[in-house]
Design a binder for this molecule. Structure first.
Ligand code: NAD
Length: 488
């Protein structure tokens, strides 16, 4: 069985760390490979390489840098199925979900190819007599990306292609729980023959992250993960003077008005709550049923949860396992706490029987009813296939539920009323809004937003925000007195 290597300065380098961990298929619990948790010294070697590569890379014309992205897109398409399969094997989601994830990763490469337009500066002639003023967007230097486990293929691409094409050099640290997908992507990057040190892969956990946060040569940190880690990384990186963007956790409410279309809404809400086994930062976690929506939607959501087919993601199923035994135990524990806090478990997905996968980290969809809004579980990100049902008399009450939560990643409204929809999109204090959409995941040309406890920083991943994050604006005010030049 293989032990994964780091990719530093154009070479695959074994880690000397004695701290290793197995990578599991969460459905079968089979060990797929072993990953070393790199030391600070190994992380510094990657920073050295990226730092050395930067001066020549930033001077490589953008029109040449973008050619690597065109080739990257083509190679990702060629390996598309294999990459999707790797995601399913190490992360557990269904193959359809993994394909969707890789598609969004590739879309980010496509959008990053528009760098020649989106990194242009501005120019104002004659801002005073004989004086012009303009801006230049310049790369930052060494940029580090720290990724979570739940989208091993997509999330690094919210940042990597933009950072590269803008002229930065990059160090990626994938989640130590799912490093296989990025190992494959880096084999592709190796084939593209980028100059050594322009892209580097460091496997690891906290020690590697702290080395990135504390090294003065690292100019920028892009992080996605839980809010607790996001807060820590945001504070430490900012203290060290770095540019930083941290996307954190979520607790996403979905509001269903009485005029919402029953069948399609139930299907979309169930896909949002239980798709990817609820391990999406845009998973519906609370459904707020407004007025007369209560009875019909409660019954239909229970049916949708109870009938979802759960199993190994490469088989014909609708939902895979959660990532680990610890996650399964944590989610089961939160369901038990919810019961103690007054909830009724109307659909109970604990201890499911999954034929041929007896030991896998499976939970089936679970529905909680009557969970008090001020309970711990109603305020905690569960990150599993659990949906709590709540009630509100009108849209105002539903908006109050959304806006009093500590997170602000996504909120959705299901309705046939344009008036309600307009109010909702304006007043819901979240970064991503869905109207009759259950997973309001922004396309690559839009920022992947987030607000309040779900995001720390200013500029997000993807699209124009990513170009702004990975470039620094320089303003030039320029005067050329006429008398100076006697050449003409
Ligand atoms: P996590 O915070 O445990 O880990 C994320 C990354 O941080 C990993 O690379 C990990 O190695 C590193 N890390 C973890 N603890 C650390 C510490 N103490 N010091 C330094 N580094 C540390 O998150 P996860 O469990 O991998 O991912 C799930 C979380 O990510 C959920 O909360 C989910 O909502 C969130 N998420 C958010 C978004 C978004 O866009 N807002 C997208 C995907 C996932």
């Amino acid at each position: 069985m293989s032990t994964l290597h780091n990719f530093i300065a154009g070479n695959w380098v074994p880690s000397a760390s004695e701290n290793t961990r197995p990578i599991y298929n969460p459905a079968s619990t089979e060990t797929l490979a072993t990953v070393s948790l790199s030391t600070a010294a190994e992380t510094h070697a990657a920073i050295d390489a990226a730092h050395r590569a930067f001066p020549a890379w930033r001077r490589t014309p953008l029109t040449d840098r973008v050619q690597y992205l065109f080739r990257l897109k083509a190679r990702l398409e060629e390996d598309f199925e294999e990459l999707a399969k790797t995601i399913t094997l190490e992360c557990g989601k269904t193959i359809t979900e993994s394909r969707g994830e890789m598609r969004r990763a590739i879309e980010n490469v496509e959008v990053a190819c528009s760098a020649s337009v989106l990194t242009q500066g501005l120019f104002s002639e004659d801002i005073a007599q004989g004086i012009d003023e303009f801006t230049i967007r310049q790369p930052l230097g060494v940029c580090a990306i720290i990724a979570p486990f739940n989208f091993p293929g997509m999330i690094p691409f919210w940042f990597l292609p933009y950072a590269l094409v803008a002229g930065n050099t990059v160090i990626l640290k994938p989640s130590e729980r799912v490093p296989l997908t990025m190992t494959h992507v880096f084999r592709i990057l190796e084939e593209l023959r980028l100059p050594p040190g322009v892209v580097n892969l460091v496997n690891g956990a906290r020690e590697a992250v702290d080395a990135l946060l504390d090294d003065a040569r690292v100019q920028a940190i892009s992080f996605v993960g839980s809010s607790a880690t996001a807060r820590y990384i945001y504070a430490r990186a900012a203290e060290n003077g770095k540019r930083v963007q941290c996307q954190g956790g979520a607790k996403n409410p979905i509001v269903i008005a009485a005029d919402a279309h029953l069948e399609s809404t139930v299907q979309v809400v169930a896909d949002s709550a239980f798709g990817c086994a609820g391990q999406r930062c845009l998973a519906a976690s609370m459904a707020v049923l407004v007025g007369d929506a209560r009875a019909p939607f409660r019954d239909s959501l229970r049916d949708a949860a109870a009938s979802r087919i759960t199993g190994f993601g490469l088989d014909a199923v609708q939902m895979g396992p959660v990532i680990s035994a610890e996650s399964k135990a944590r989610i089961g524990g939160l369901i038990a706490t919810a019961e103690q806090e007054g909830a009724r478990v109307s659909v109970d997905g604990r201890n499911p029987r999954i034929p041929s996968f007896d030991n896998g980290y499976f939970l089936k969809p679970t529905i909680l009813e009557g969970l008090p809004l001020d309970s711990n579980v109603a305020r905690t990100e569960i990150f599993g296939p659990v949906l709590s049902l709540h009630e509100a008399d009108d849209l105002d009450e539903a908006l109050a539920i959304i806006n009093q939560g500590q997170y602000g990643n996504m909120a959705c409204l299901f309705t046939a009323s344009g008036d309600l929809a307009r109010r909702f999109r304006s007043e819901a204090d979240v970064g991503n809004v869905g109207i009759n959409v259950g997973v309001a995941a922004p396309m690559a040309m839009f920022p992947f937003s987030g607000a309040r406890g779900s995001f720390f920083g200013d500029l997000h991943g993807q699209g124009r925000d990513a170009f702004q994050f990975f470039t620094r604006q320089k303003v030039v005010v320029e005067r050329w007195p006429r008398a100076v030049s006697r050449l003409f």
